[in-house]
Design a protein around this ligand. Sequence first.
Ligand SMILES: [Zn+2]
Length: 324
Amino acid sequence: MNKKTISSTSSSQQPVDTSELSAEQYRVTQQCGTEPPFSGAYVNHNEKGIYSCVVCGNQLFDSSSKYDSGSGWPSFFAALKGDQIKSRFDESHGMRREEVLCANCDAHLGHVFPDGPEPTGLRFCVNSASLNFLPVEKTKQGEGTDSFAFNNQFLADDSLHFVSGNLLLPPFSENLETAVFALGCFWGAEKKFWQLEGVYSTAVGYAGGELINPDYHQVCHSDTGYAEVVLVVFDPAVITYSQLLEVFWQGHDPTQGMRQGYDVGRQYRSMIMAMTVEQEKQAKDSLLIQQQQRDATMTTDIIRVACFNYAEDYHQQYLAKRGS
Ligand SMILES: [Zn+2]
């Protein structure tokens, strides 16, 4: 299980270990240095992943916000999370510029300018020497394989379902199976499934994207590819996958594309995330039958899902906690 290991944001100064830094990394991050343009390792670097602080590991930028500014330094139009970076005015070299620093350890990163592209209009101009790069984990999905991972960064290992009192996290009993569906906002979607007889547990989370350890803010405010999804843990002797598919079809409008009702965005798209070859086959057959019953073209995607990322605790069984 992949636990989040980075430290949380804090304004209090942590002792920083700079002994592992190269001379250039030290000069840039600790002495507000600037590397020569077009010299850094990440100027023309286009892999998918996360850029973190070279000093403390704080996750700072996602590759999806990186763009080619032509400046000779790695450029991003947004920070991964606003509170991981802080800024202050820098009047050195006869210019008034806004310096950006790691909010966790105060490492100098570079500057931010108001001449970036949409949607923010900002250009974070960052030294490669301030950054480490963490590539996206290669997904395990593949033809004919049933490998699947649960990723939990928010919940205690012994967390229980707020309604049923059953386990929220694996390992689940051997006789149980799991399914993952995306049908709009996960609060209401989860409730549709936890009420069913034969469903042992449900949880809300994120699936279908690539960013490591996604959180609600990232999924809702940047194009991570993730959808809000429901994990259903069920006893196939009591309720079948085919019956769950029926609940899925009836629980939303699968012709709406990148929205569901008033919830607009790619995270609300309709998707069946098959966890096994058998589920994938059943889902595809079921989709064909559903389409024959409709005039509008269905937009439901059927994909193989490699990883279910548990959402934050307050989203789990949200409607029950809220008493609705
Ligand atoms: Zn840092």
